[in-house]
Design a binder for this molecule. Sequence first.
Ligand code: SF4
Length: 248
Amino acid sequence: MMPAAPRQILPIEGGAVVSAVATVLEAQGVPADVTPNRRTVELAEDAARMFQRLARPIGVWASISLADFAGVFGGEGHNAPETPVDQTAGRADDLALFAVTVGDALPSRIAELFARQEPALASMLDAHASEGAELAAHHLQNRYVDWLSGTGRLGAESGALRYSPGYCGWDVSGQRRLFDYLVPEEIGITLRDSFLMQPLKSISGVIIAGHQEIFDFENTFGFCEECSTWACRERIGAVLGGMPDETA
Ligand code: SF4
């Protein structure tokens, strides 16, 4: 199954995927209200410089009809019976599959640092790379939204949200059909038998665009009980322009 088009490959400017040192330290377990010691800050700054030297961010998106997305989402038949992904997608105006990566030099360097018994620097670089992949996905989503706006398909009360296989009831085995459709191999992302992507610091999924109201839902699915982040709350809050009820 190949995309009907449009499809865009977007090299991403390196500066767009560099996180603030404070963000990376928080990801490493240093609370925002705690002042880290000098050595920790130096490690984070060294890792930031290393990240900027090695990162090669790039992404691809391809629009997809709801009917084709239903086929991709169905995957190998292992999804949860109800998910926010298909429920939201079913009410969307536009859908696009996407994949981004910050390149394969970073995972290699991280492994090398661990092997050289430099776990602190390796962990900091790993955190920069993970945050960088998130920023790359965010950047690509914004470019897709720009493209929709340019075609006049996005109204004033529209928004966009992305979901990935492996989260929110979409089984990770869904990667196979996503890859069949999107062909991210063209930008250097391949899929292992385990459904992990190569390079490791890559993100794939679907961008759902439509009226803001379609994104709001109560996180009371069975799998939400095991979710440690409730990341949907903040992301939905951003789309709606405020934070939804935390007790939902
Ligand atoms: S609570 Fe977690 S698992 Fe449930 S929808 Fe939100 S992000 Fe997904």
